[in-house]
Ligand binder design. Structure first.
Ligand SMILES: *[C@@H]1O[C@H](CO)[C@@H](O)[C@H](O)[C@H]1NC(C)=O
Ligand SMILES: *[C@@H]1O[C@H](CO)[C@@H](O)[C@H](O)[C@H]1NC(C)=O
Ligand SMILES: *[C@@H]1O[C@H](CO)[C@@H](O)[C@H](O)[C@H]1NC(C)=O
Ligand SMILES: *[C@@H]1O[C@H](CO)[C@@H](O)[C@H](O)[C@H]1NC(C)=O
Length: 499
């Protein structure tokens, strides 16, 4: 064994020097010499020896494999094909006391887990057989996109064990118990990230596990409230589950929870409960039910929140709720406090997510209500310039939402909005969108529809005439997309008649 180990050390220094260079030449030299196979063979034959010198060597071997395959899919696939995953799982189980080795294995897992071809190997390696894997390691493993591991752990009875821990620790105020409660409930939430494990635990909404998690929401323990809300957000990943949960009173539970966290509430809990409501509001049949349960009022209580993650989820929830719900969109769109806050958030340059969601909600209020009053409220609050800017977004979907909202404004309240449209330079922007070859067909189409609608305003009409629109529009008559070409003809006629 000693000789063997010396030989390994020798090999190790040879390859270490090559991989340390981290160059492609270094890698391909190791590759051509069959280095990866040698290292994996050593890992395999040494993996159950727990003396410190050996563990050190194993750590270095794992590190080498990682450096070797770092950011290189084909080399990662090579390692997977050589069967490295079961060996890594074994290492995790056997050397759970060794922090450095465990960490190296986890990094290795993280790299390999991204690869589609690793899924099969993970599926056929039963991680649950490694009884010594610590909860800290599990927390990290479960964040990887590996459904197979989650399902294995569920099937091995991890959930029952976690629920038992929660039950035992929930009333304790000892520090260790609080930490264990947190780990156990966090693990529960992580297990639900896998589609299969989630659906298995949901069991049509009648599952014991689902019911237990549900009972965490009205509890007095913030950690359990948080885990409960996050678990619901995870269960709410398909329409069937969402519809079942809403029919069985989940909305009232979440609204009660939010209510308990309005004044000086816990931001993490607010965020989790709003995430759950947002997901539940996705199926069409749930929207009306949630609206009549008063979800908008409950959510609007957080309008004064200064926390961007809460603002972000609040906006997302409202946007889901008003989708194709004209009445709700009109009601919200006439709410001056809301619209003013949206306009403020449209300027939140430090929080791109909040800014984007805020723009989208502004446009959605107009698109779904088609209401003159909503448009007037948005004009008065200074929202028009943001919709115009949104038309230049890098995301086609947002550009489109902006153009459709602007076309409604032009059709319904052009007089009220014309000054703002002018100072936001809408006509120049439309000219740019039409001239730019990279604009998507629907952007070109909607820009032309909007140009025609703007002709009803004298000042905007003049701006259109001053720019060479006819040139760009007539070029689009031969556009490969028929709708675009057709709209170009119509627009050209309109421009010619009116000039
Ligand atoms: C990955 O490594 C192989 C072998 O060294 C090399 O041929 C290939 O170009 C690398 N691929 C990338 C994307 O770096
Ligand atoms: C892996 O590469 C890093 C540099 O990125 C180096 O510090 C480390 O020593 C290398 N590990 C092995 C085992 O080659
Ligand atoms: C909110 O509650 C969670 C769970 O108990 C806790 O980890 C977090 O620190 C709390 N946050 C604040 C701001 O109190
Ligand atoms: C053509 O444009 C129309 C209108 O914008 C759009 O709905 C459609 O998807 C486009 N078709 C293709 C093939 O891009």
């Amino acid at each position: 064994m000693i000789i063997y180990q010396n030989l390994s050390t020798f090999l190790f220094s040879f390859m270490f020097n090559l991989t340390l260079c981290f160059t492609d030449e270094g890698r391909s030299a190791v590759d051509q010499a069959g280095g990866a196979q040698i290292v994996i063979d050593h890992l395999r034959s040494l993996c159950s020896i727990t003396d410190p010198a050996n563990e050190k060597l194993l750590t270095v071997f794992c590190g080498m494999l990682m450096n070797y395959s770092n950011e290189n899919d084909s080399l990662q696939a090579q390692l997977i094909n050589m069967g490295v995953i079961p060996t890594l799982v074994k290492l995790l189980g056997i050397h759970c006391q060794n922090a450095a080795l465990t960490e190296m294995c986890l990094v290795a897992f993280g790299n390999l887990a991204e690869l589609e071809s690793s899924k099969e190997q993970f599926a056929s390696t039963n991680i649950a057989e490694e009884t010594f894997i610590s909860s800290q390691v599990l927390v990290i493993l479960l964040t990887y996109p590996l459904d197979a591991i989650k399902l294995q752990l569920v099937e091995a009875g991890l959930v029952e064990c976690l629920l038992e821990i929660v039950q035992q620790k929930v009333d304790s105020d000892k520090e260790d118990d609080i930490a264990e409660l947190k780990t156990a409930s966090d693990l529960m939430v992580l297990l639900l990230l896998g589609d299969e494990s989630m659906q298995k635990l949901f069991e049509g909404g009648k599952g014991n596990v689902f019911q237990r998690v549900l009972s965490w929401i009205p509890s007095n323990n913030h950690q359990l409230q948080l885990a409960g809300a996050l678990a619901i957000a995870n269960f709410a990943r398909n329409d069937g589950n969402c519809i079942h949960m809403v029919d069985n009173g989940i909305v009232e539970k979440l609204m009660d929870l939010l209510d308990r966290h309005v004044e000086d509430g816990n931001v993490t809990v607010q965020h989790a409960a709003l995430s759950a409501l947002r997901n539940l509001a996705i199926p069409v049949v749930n929207k009306a039910k949630m609206l009549s349960a008063g979800v908008t009022e409950a959510v609007l209580k957080f309008l004064k929140s200064e926390m961007p993650p809460v603002q972000f989820k609040l906006l997302g929830t409202l946007r889901m709720l008003i989708d194709a719900q004209a009445e709700a969109a009109e009601q919200l769109g006439k709410n001056v406090k809301l619209v003013e806050r949206l306009v403020e958030w449209c300027e939140a340059k430090d929080h791109a997510g909040v800014m984007g969601e805020s723009n989208r909600l502004l446009s959605a209020l107009i698109r779904h209500s088609k209401s003159k009053d909503v448009i007037k409220t948005i004009v008065q609050s200074g929202g028009i310039k943001h919709l115009v800017t949104m038309a230049t977004s890098e995301h086609v979907i947002m550009q489109n939402e902006a153009l459709v909202a602007l076309a409604l404004i032009a059709a319904l309240e052009l007089g009220t909005a014309e000054k703002d449209l002018e100072s936001a330079k809408l006509v120049q922007i439309l000219h740019r969108l039409l001239a730019d070859e990279r604009s998507a067909p629907e952007i070109k189409y909607n820009s032309m529809v909007l140009i025609c609608a703007l002709m009803g305003s004298e000042s905007l009409h003049k701006e259109v005439q001053d720019l060479a629109f006819l040139d760009v529009v007539s070029k689009l008559r031969s556009h490969e997309n028929k709708s675009v070409a057709q709209q170009a003809s119509l627009t050209e006629q309109r421009l010619t008649v009116d000039s």
